[in-house]
Ligand binder design. Sequence first.
Ligand code: HEM
Length: 146
Amino acid sequence: MTWILYIHILSACAWIGGSIVLFGLGVFIRDKATQEAVYGAIGPFYGYFETVWLLILITTGVVLADHYQLFGTMQTGTEIGKYFEWKMLLVALLALATMIHLYIAFATHKTTRTLIQTILSRGGSLAIFILNLAILWVAVNLRSAL
Ligand code: HEM
């Protein structure tokens, strides 16, 4: 299981690291034209790159959870069970926010967005950013409780 945990943590670094870099770029680049040029150029690569790491992260997570028989701890009221339930809930929300964000990103690439699309896309990025930090916190606590 050491290798699976290693790949799980490596993908968490790539997934969360990537989201922090993109968030930072959004804050750092204020000029609208430069922002559009940068996101237009790296957007599709970033989308595929992040999706691959998220899929590896979830797959290795399921293998680890199965190894530690964590699915059976849900609804038992134990400390491990509670951390695991939180992690599953947050990961489900993260997957949803990522799907919405990616759908809008690819559907509106290099076109003008409607107000709803802009709100959903920006709200999605912010949700992904916050959820990542929360999942990391729960992951460390879950690991300590194992
Ligand atoms: C965005 C998604 C995820 C992130 C960022 C993430 C992050 C992490 C990190 C950083 C650790 C190591 C914690 C430490 O060593 O202190 C970890 C461990 C673990 N994760 Fe995840 N994880 C994610 C998704 C999942 C999913 C979907 C599952 C299960 C279905 C899962 C199950 C586990 C388990 C069981 C461990 C403990 C493994 C061990 O101690 O050997 N993770 N996770």
